[in-house]
Each structure stands twice: as structure tokens, then as C-alpha cells.
Write a protein that binds this ligand. Structure first.
Ligand SMILES: Nc1nc2c(ncn2[C@@H]2O[C@H](COP(=O)(O)OP(=O)(O)OP(=O)(O)O)[C@@H](O)[C@H]2O)c(=O)[nH]1
Length: 302
């Protein structure tokens, strides 16, 4: 019978000690201590994860900064805030962060830890697990569900969520924001004349053309069919007007392989008014688009 502090190892009844067991765990188990001066260290650190390049157990047993300094700049404040909250309210920490290894490589780590009072500060008992593969898979799925298959642009769902974010930012900072709706003219004719497959090809090329003409921070998406939208952060109407006009003329001149001059676009523009709901902005841009169609297409209306 293995005694209390031993488990079964390689052979069936061959006991291994707690230490060996901890070292074989596919992750890291630890104790983390913070004293009243704010000094932090890992009194205990074990598990196969501690063999990652750049993790120096001895240094960490003296000073946790050897690890905290390696956190991704974006994650660092969040992790520090989680430690602070946990220490103040004695609530568990549950967070994830990126940790830089050597060079440009990094790993995603999930951390769970339970705090308790100690004579010299706060002591956490916890575990860390490498979740890099799961995070990559999550990112892949998110991209799939956010992207329009045919054009590779943001789909309606993604576009609306970005529009919501930009509206919130605009309301917070009073910064300008424009919305552009683009609808290809007489697209039915393209399909009827050249076939649906060629129509698809035109839509994909159109998306690339617009994408190349816009700034990095502008978000272009496909609302459906031959209708597209562009969210233009930090852009008032005086700036989005000329941009839309340039887009319109580039489209009209571009050779989509269906004999030039055959593809044009109508564009409706609206600038966000502070405090208005999202749908009101879309409705105003839509009215402008409708006016552009009514006035003869291949034009910009704001
Ligand atoms: N090839 C292709 N065609 C599409 C796709 N989505 C929508 N369409 C076509 O786009 C055309 C849109 O037609 P309408 O809404 O009548 O508009 P339009 O012919 O562009 O005319 P106006 O918008 O009034 O200038 C239809 O023929 C749809 O079949 C797509 O994914 N691929």
C-alpha cells in the first residue's frame, strides 16, 4: 500500500512522492506571496510547465517580477488589477495572459488562484495551464463567424458590433464618425449578362479595391448581396465626402473584366449625431443611398 504522501508511478504499485507527482503535472502549481510592501515572489513552483525557456524557478522564488515583467504589455495591467482585487477582497483570481518566451515567441496561460491570509501578507495557492492552442482555435472560429465567405470582409454581425463600439467611443470623446453605405448599380445586369459566378468574382474584386483604398482603421463590411458599408472612425462629413467621391470614381474607372464603364456604385453618407441610436444613423445613411439611386446612380449623396 502506498503511504499517504505517495501515488502510483510508472509501474502499477510503484509509489512516487508528491514532489515527483507535482513535477509531472502538465502545467504549473504554485504558491504566490505578496507582503505589505508589495514585494511578490513564488515560494513554491512545480510542474512540467516550469521547464519553459525563460522561466527561472530560482529567480521567481526570490522575486515574481521575473515573470510579471514578461507579461504582454496589453495583459499586464489586467493581471496586476486581478491580483490587487483578489488581495483586497480575498476573492479567487481567474485570468489569462500572454507570456513572452525567448525571441518573439509567447504562450497563452490560464491562471486560477485562491488567496488566504498569511502572517506576512497574502498567500495564493494556484495553478497555471498553457492554453495557447485553445486560444488559436478560438481566434480561428471567431474569424470564421465574423467574416463574409465570398469577399473576406467583415460580415454584417461584425460590422454592426464595430459600429456599436465606434458609436460608444464617439459618445465618450465627442469624436466624429461617419457611416458610408455602398450599393452596386444594376448588379442584376452583371449576373444576367456574365453569369452568377462572374458576378461573385466582381463582388470579390470590388471588396479588394475598396479595402485597398481605405485606411487601416476604417471597417468595411458586406451587409449582404451587393450592399456594403464602411464605418469611418474620427471622420466628419467634410472628410468622408471627398473619400466617398474618390471611391466612387475609382470604382467607375476600374476594369472588372466585364467591359469598362459597366460597374458603378451609389453611395449614401451620414455623420453620427452624438447620442442618437445606431439605427437612426443607419437610416439616415440609407436615405442618402436611396436618394443617390433615385437621382440617377453612380453618385454620392450625404
Ligand atoms: N453573383 C452574385 N450576385 C448577388 C449576390 N448577392 C446578391 N446578388 C445579386 O444582386 C442583384 C441585386 O439586384 P437588385 O436589388 O435588383 O439591384 P440592382 O440590380 O443592383 O439595381 P440597383 O441597386 O437598383 O441599382 C440580384 O440580381 C442578386 O441576385 C452574390 O453573392 N453573388
Amino acid at each position: 500500500m502506498p503511504h499517504d504522501n505517495a501515488m502510483t508511478g510508472g509501474g502499477l504499485n510503484e509509489p512516487i512522492g508528491m514532489h515527483d507527482f507535482a513535477e509531472r503535472l502538465p502545467g504549473v502549481i504554485f504558491q504566490f506571496h505578496r507582503d505589505p510592501t508589495g514585494h511578490m515572489h513564488f515560494p513554491y513552483l512545480a510542474g512540467s510547465g516550469t521547464s519553459l525557456p525563460g522561466i527561472d524557478r530560482h529567480a521567481l522564488s526570490q522575486d515574481a517580477r521575473h515573470m510579471l515583467d514578461r507579461l504582454d504589455a496589453e495583459d499586464h495591467p489586467r493581471v496586476m488589477a486581478a491580483i490587487e482585487r483578489s488581495a483586497r477582497w480575498r476573492i479567487p483570481i481567474a485570468t489569462k495572459f500572454r507570456i513572452r518566451l525567448s525571441g518573439r515567441r509567447y504562450r497563452w496561460v490560464a491562471l486560477r488562484a485562491q488567496p488566504e491570509d498569511s502572517a506576512t501578507g497574502v498567500l495564493w495557492h494556484g495553478l497555471m495551464i498553457d492554453i495557447t492552442e485553445q486560444m488559436a482555435e478560438e481566434a480561428r472560429l471567431r474569424k470564421l463567424s465574423d467574416t463574409d465567405d465570398l469577399t473576406g470582409l467583415a460580415n454584417r454581425r461584425r460590422l454592426m458590433s464595430r459600429l456599436d463600439e465606434e458609436i460608444a467611443r464617439s459618445n465618450r470623446h465627442g469624436s466624429p464618425l461617419s457611416l458610408m453605405l455602398i450599393d452596386l448599380d444594376h448588379f442584376k445586369r452583371v449576373n444576367d449578362t456574365w453569369g452568377h459566378l462572374q458576378g461573385d468574382q466582381v463582388l470579390a474584386e470590388f471588396a479588394t479595391l475598396c479595402h485597398d483604398l481605405l485606411r487601416e482603421e476604417d471597417v468595411i463590411g458586406r451587409l449582404g448581396g451587393e450592399e456594403f458599408a464602411v464605418v469611418l472612425p474620427l471622420t466628419p462629413l467634410v472628410a468622408s465626402g471627398p473619400l466617398a467621391e474618390r471611391l466612387r470614381s475609382e470604382i467607375a474607372e476600374y476594369d472588372f473584366g466585364i467591359s469598362s464603364g459597366q460597374l458603378t456604385a451609389s453611395i449614401g453618407l451620414a455623420e453620427y449625431r452624438l447620442g442618437e441610436p445606431r439605427d437612426a444613423l443607419i437610416e439616415r445613411a440609407d436615405r442618402s443611398l436611396y436618394a443617390a439611386k433615385r437621382q440617377g446612380r453612380n453618385r454620392v449623396v450625404s
